[in-house]
Design a protein around this ligand. Sequence first.
Ligand code: ADP
Ligand code: MG
Length: 307
Amino acid sequence: MTLGTSPEIDSAIHTVGLSKAYGAVRAVDDLSMTVPRGEIFGFLGPNGAGKTTSVKLLTGLSNPTSGKAWLLGKPVGDVPTRGRIGYLPELFRYQGWMSAVEVLRLHCELADVPMGRRKTEIEQALVLVGLADRANDKVITFSKGMQQRLGLGVSLLGKPDLVFLDEPTSALDPVGRKEVRDIIVELRSRGITVFLNSHLLSEVQQVCDRVAVIDRGRVVAQGTMAELLGAGEIRIQVTDLDEAGMQAIAPFGQAFRSDEWLTVVGVAPERVPDLIAELVRLGARVHAVERGRQTLEERFIQLLERP
Ligand SMILES: Nc1ncnc2c1ncn2[C@@H]1O[C@H](COP(=O)(O)OP(=O)(O)O)[C@@H](O)[C@H]1O
Ligand SMILES: [Mg+2]
């Protein structure tokens, strides 16, 4: 095997200019991204940003208006590759009168899991999602969290190498969220690539290796969590700094303001004293200086700030 041949071949997901228009609405607009294999990739954006549409394009449920995408080295739509993909839709509901094991059996049929493997796969899925002791109970008796875990179990049938999870924790309470996060981390430890759609930033921050932030169909940032949050960042509590002052410190890094706190991203450590000296020279009053990382939430709000 030759390594590093090309992103189409090497990545779990690679897209080039992927777009989907619904009439005048550009649901996905020129999406280009690369998801490495074996990672948890967070696909973040506010409601209506285009996350679900992107997943539908990638899973082949919807056709792009333009652009291309590859999954596990093959163009989207490649039939053998479909068997290596798992998908948990955003809104799903199983028949309340079916038991967990019956739901899993049905989906083994739908996913064409070979007959001889079904029993073992169902048992393994139930164990992984923590429903082994509820296998024969009806879905109607399940909490939302249990239904979501059952959905995860379904998406894992056929032992996929790549799973798409669309807002798997949005409807859950904190305990349910933690359970789902733990399962996601377990999937990665088994070598599965997880593509996680979410508008819940703290969720993503806790489990993802890499993220893309999407807004109005376009990627506004992508990278590792460290890249996105800025490893070299400084927070300064400052008063008496006017707009001209903000502009004067631009050469030091990307500066953002939230009340009295000024965050400057990408400042070289040896330039921090110069930055403070400059602020003082500009007439600002410095009350505190700390090294910090932004939370993903702060970064997200900056990225989505409308001009
Ligand atoms: N089938 C459809 N027909 C028309 N517009 C759609 C359809 N699906 C999604 N949209 C529109 O595309 C945009 C992106 O939607 P969606 O991908 O569901 O966003 P998200 O999952 O990030 O909340 C929204 O403006 C939505 O109204
Ligand atoms: Mg959605």
